[in-house]
Design a protein around this ligand. Structure first.
Ligand SMILES: [Zn+2]
Length: 333
């Protein structure tokens, strides 16, 4: 990305092993993230040409001398934050706060270098059927992030869940809530194709009102008090407010939309009795379980990709998502 709305596909040097803990993988598929749009729209500054993309799945080409768990030829998925898997934060289940974490960027490419390969990458038991690749790719970020929203909001069997945001992460949050046994899953969405996918993924109700009207609609559906668990999957002041106002006293909000301008009112939070937990998904924690769920056919988060383009057409992928013509675009290297 050279500047907002200026995405180009160019030849760059092939990634190489730099540290003995690195791996280089050839991407089977990659994609554009909703969070890439913050840069595309000029909300995050882009000051120099920047390789984009942080979602990846593919085959290991080469590993560094100290890599022992990952082998060339394996099909692997990893998180957008590389992690060592051994530090106190990793051991506590927060690999995305690993003390040695490194962001894995430049994944909208044919190949990428992944640092800390042993702690970061998870291999599938065998080369996957090509039909599973979109869903395996989704685990790299959106599905893990939706899962984290549901875990952070403490979704349990029988929970009434409200999902704020009908983008790919919100839709994956619906999958997570269903897998965790939620009794009711209310999705806030105004977009018919996204509503349809949400219902397919397990949503039980759709709310089209926004803001406090949306929160009031959730309360009406939940004995007047609000949802047990709310998944905030957008990151704007409005969506956070809507999420907090949709939770019942004692309920929890899991917030995974990267906040832009969000302020939380301490007194309001205090009196709401709501719990608030979020942050970048500890995706690596969830990968082994989510890989099993994809390969068993229990979840199919790859359905969030409603447009597939060759990598060369990355600029069009950004345009399609910016203009909401596509929920999420898969790029085929
Ligand atoms: Zn660590």
């Amino acid at each position: 990305m050279y500047a907002p709305r200026d995405v180009r596909v160019e030849d760059r040097p092939a990634p190489e092993i730099i540290n003995p803990t690195d791996a280089v993988i050839r991407l089977a598929a990659t994609c554009v993230c909703g969070s890439d749009l913050w840069d595309y729209r000029g909300i995050n500054p882009v000051t120099q040409p920047t390789p984009m993309g942080h979602e990846y799945a593919g085959v290991v080409l080469e590993v560094g001398a100290e890599v022992t768990l990952v082998k060339p030829g394996q099909f692997v998925i990893g998180s957008f934050f590389a992690s060592d898997g051994t530090c106190p934060n990793c051991r506590a289940g927060y690999p995305s706060s690993c003390v040695h974490r490194e962001f894995v960027g430049g994944c909208q490419a044919e190949a990428v270098r992944v640092p800390l390969a042993d702690g970061t990458l998870v291999a599938t038991p065998a080369p996957p059927d090509p039909r599973h690749i979109p869903s395996l790719l989704a685990l790299s970020d959106v599905m893990s992030t939706g899962w984290w929203a549901a875990i952070a909001a403490e979704v349990t069997p029988r929970s009434a869940v409200a999902v704020v945001g009908d983008g790919a992460v919100g839709l994956c949050g619906v999958i997570a809530a269903r897998e965790l046994g939620a009794g009711r899953i209310i999705v806030m969405s105004r977009h018919q194709p996204r509503q349809k996918l949400a219902l397919e993924f397990g949503a039980t109700d759709i709310v089209t009102d926004r803001g406090d009207d949306g929160a009031a609609a959730v309360r009406e559906m939940t004995e007047g008090v609000g949802a047990d668990a709310v998944l905030e999957c957008v990151g704007t002041p409005e969506s956070m407010q809507q999420a907090l106002h949709s939770a019942r006293p004692g309920g929890n909000v899991g917030f995974v939309g990267v906040p832009h301008g969000v302020q939380v009112n301490g007194a309001e939070l205090f009196y709401s009795h709501a719990g608030l937990r979020g942050g970048p998904a500890p995706a690596r924690r969830f990968l082994p379980d989510l890989i099993d769920r994809v390969l068993d056919g229990r979840i199919d988060p790859g359905k969030v990709f409603d447009l597939t383009l060759p990598l060369e057409e990355a600029a069009e992928a950004y345009r399609a998502m910016d203009q909401r013509r596509a929920v999420k675009v898969l790029l085929q290297p």
